[in-house]
Design a protein around this ligand. Structure first.
Ligand SMILES: NC(=O)c1ccc[n+]([C@@H]2O[C@H](COP(=O)([O-])OP(=O)(O)OC[C@H]3O[C@@H](n4cnc5c(N)ncnc54)[C@H](O)[C@@H]3O)[C@@H](O)[C@H]2O)c1
Ligand SMILES: [Zn+2]
Ligand SMILES: [Zn+2]
Length: 409
C-alpha cells in the first residue's frame, strides 16, 4: 500500500512538526511537552493518532526512578489505542482510518519466539539487545516507552505514536466497542488474565492475589472466568479492596491482618492452590520486617529489588501449588525462600505478557459481554493533566485506580 500522509499537530518555528507528549525528566518529574511528531521509519510501521492512553503501574517504576537507562525527554506510555493515520508501504494489514489497540510489547511476528507465541521474547525488536543481555543474559522484546535498554521506543502517552511491526501487534477494534472497553487489551487485561492462566486452574481452586491495583483487579476477574472457586485479594487501599470485593473476592488488609495466618485459616491449613504476585518490586511501606531490610538495601545500593510479596506468596502457597508472578522485578532478588519452593514442589510461572498471544480470545470475551474492562477506570483526563495524575496514581489519592487520558481531545 502507498504511504499515506496525515496532517501534523502543528509546526514549530523551524518548520518541524510537533505534538504534545508526556516525557520523563528524572525521578518524580514527568512533563507534558512539545516533541517532534513521529515519522514512518520502516516499511512495516504505522503512525496512529492516539484517542486514548493510560498510566500503568509499570510507569510508576519509571516515575520512581528505579528503571535504569531512562533518558531526559523520553516519551512515556505503553497502553495506547487510536486511529491509523499513516502506514508504511510494506504494511498490507492496516489502512488509514483503522481503529486499533496497540500491545505494549513490540514483536516481529517471524522470529523463533514470535512463531511460538512468546511475543514478549521477540529476538528482533530490541535494537539495544546487547545492553539487556549484559544485565539479564538474553534480551526480551522491545517495549514502548520503557527505557533504552528495552529499545528506547517513544511511548504512547502522546498525540501520535509510531508503531514498529504494525502488521503484527495492533488489533483492529470491531464496531460498537468503546475505547474504554478495549484500551486495556494493550496490557493490563492480558496481564491479569495471564496471571490467572499461569495457575492452570481446573475448577474449584482457591487463588490468593497480592495487589488490587489494575493488574490485580484483572487477575481477580480472570481467575473467576477460568474456574477459581475462591479468590483471596490482598491490599490495604480501601477503594481497591472494595472493588476486589465487588468482583467476588475475599478481602484481606495486609496492614490489619497477618496474611499467612488468614490464608491458613481459609484453606484448612493447607495453603492457597495458587498465589499471584501482582505487586512486584515496590511493596508499600508497612508491608513487613523483611520489606524494611529490602528498602534499606536498595537505598544503599546493596540490592536491586524488594521482593517481600514474592517471599510471602511462596510461603502461602500449598505443596505442589503455583506461584504466578506478573509484578515486575528488575534485577537480583535477595533471600528468596527457594528451600520452601523446592522441598514443597512449587511451580513458578512469570513473564512480561506476550500480549498478542492473548488478544484474540480476550477481545472475544469482551464482545460476548463476559467482561467489561472499563470497570477499573476512576479518572479521565487530558494529556496536560497527566503529570499531576501520575502523582495522584502513585499516592493512590482521590480513589485513583486507573487513569485514562485523551491526548487529542
Ligand atoms: N508482567 C507484565 O507484563 C506486567 C504488565 C503490567 C504491569 N505489570 C506490573 O504489575 C504490577 C502491578 O501493576 P498495577 O498497575 O496494578 O500497579 P499498582 O501500583 O496500581 O498496584 C499495586 C498494588 O499493590 C498493593 N500493595 C503494595 N504492597 C502490598 C503488599 N505488601 N501486599 C499486597 N498488596 C500490596 C498497592 O497498594 C497497590 O494497590 C506492577 O509491578 C507492574 O509493573 C506487569
Ligand atoms: Zn503496563
Ligand atoms: Zn519476533
Amino acid at each position: 500500500m502507498a504511504c499515506q500522509k496525515f496532517v501534523p499537530a502543528k509546526s514549530n518555528s523551524d518548520g518541524e512538526d510537533e505534538m504534545k507528549a508526556l516525557t520523563w525528566n528524572g525521578k518524580n518529574d514527568i512533563r507534558c511537552e512539545s516533541v517532534p511528531d513521529p515519522k514512518i521509519e520502516h516499511d512495516r510501521d504505522a503512525i496512529i493518532k492516539v484517542t486514548a492512553c493510560a498510566i500503568c503501574g509499570s510507569d510508576l517504576h519509571l516515575f520512581d526512578g528505579i528503571m535504569p537507562s531512562m533518558e531526559k525527554g523520553d516519551v512515556l506510555g505503553h497502553e495506547t489505542m487510536g486511529e491509523v493515520v499513516e502506514v508504511g508501504k510494506g504494511n498490507s494489514k492496516l489502512k488509514v482510518g483503522d481503529r486499533v489497540v496497540v500491545p505494549f510489547t513490540i514483536s516481529c511476528g517471524e522470529c523463533f519466539f514470535c512463531k511460538k507465541g512468546f511475543f514478549s521474547g521477540c529476538e528482533r525488536s530490541n535494537p539495544n539487545a546487547k545492553a539487556a543481555e549484559k544485565m539479564w543474559g538474553h534480551s526480551p522484546a522491545g517495549l514502548f516507552g520503557y527505557s533504552h535498554m528495552l529499545g528506547g521506543f517513544a511511548g504512547g502517552q502522546a498525540q501520535f505514536l509510531r508503531v514498529p511491526y504494525a502488521d503484527v501487534g495492533p488489533i483492529k477494534v470491531p464496531e460498537g466497542l468503546t475505547d474504554d472497553q478495549v484500551l486495556f487489551l494493550s496490557d493490563i487485561f492480558p496481564t491479569g488474565y495471564m496471571a490467572a492462566d499461569f495457575c492452570n486452574l481446573k475448577g474449584g481452586e482457591t487463588v490468593a492475589i497480592w495487589g488490587c491495583g489494575p493488574v490485580g483487579q484483572f487477575a481477580i476477574k480472570s481467575a473467576f472466568l477460568l474456574g477459581a472457586e475462591r479468590v483471596i485479594a490482598i491490599d490495604t487501599v480501601p477503594e481497591r479492596l472494595a472493588l476486589a470485593k465487588a468482583s467476588g473476592a475475599i478481602m484481606l488488609d495486609f496492614m490489619q491482618e497477618d496474611i499467612y495466618d488468614r490464608i491458613q485459616e481459609l484453606t484448612q491449613g493447607r495453603g492457597a492452590d495458587a498465589c499471584i504476585d501482582a505487586v512486584g518490586t515496590e511493596p508499600a511501606t508497612g508491608s513487613g520486617f523483611d520489606a524494611v531490610i529490602d528498602r534499606i538495601k536498595v537505598a544503599t545500593f546493596m540490592g536491586t529489588d524488594r521482593p517481600h510479596v514474592l517471599r510471602q506468596a511462596i510461603h502461602c502457597c500449598r505443596n505442589f501449588g503455583t506461584v504466578s508472578i506478573v509484578g515486575v522485578y528488575g534485577g537480583l532478588l535477595d533471600n528468596m525462600p527457594m528451600g520452601s519452593a523446592i522441598n514443597r514442589g512449587l511451580t513458578f510461572r512469570m513473564a512480561q505478557t506476550p500480549v498478542q498471544h492473548y488478544l484474540p480470545k480476550l477481545l472475544e470475551r469482551i464482545e460476548k459481554g463476559e467482561i467489561d474492562p472499563s470497570f477499573v477506570i476512576t479518572h479521565r483526563a487530558t494529556l496536560e493533566e497527566g503529570p499531576e495524575l501520575y502523582k495522584t496514581f502513585r499516592a493512590k489519592k482521590d480513589g485513583c485506580i486507573k487513569v485514562v487520558m485523551r491526548p487529542n481531545g
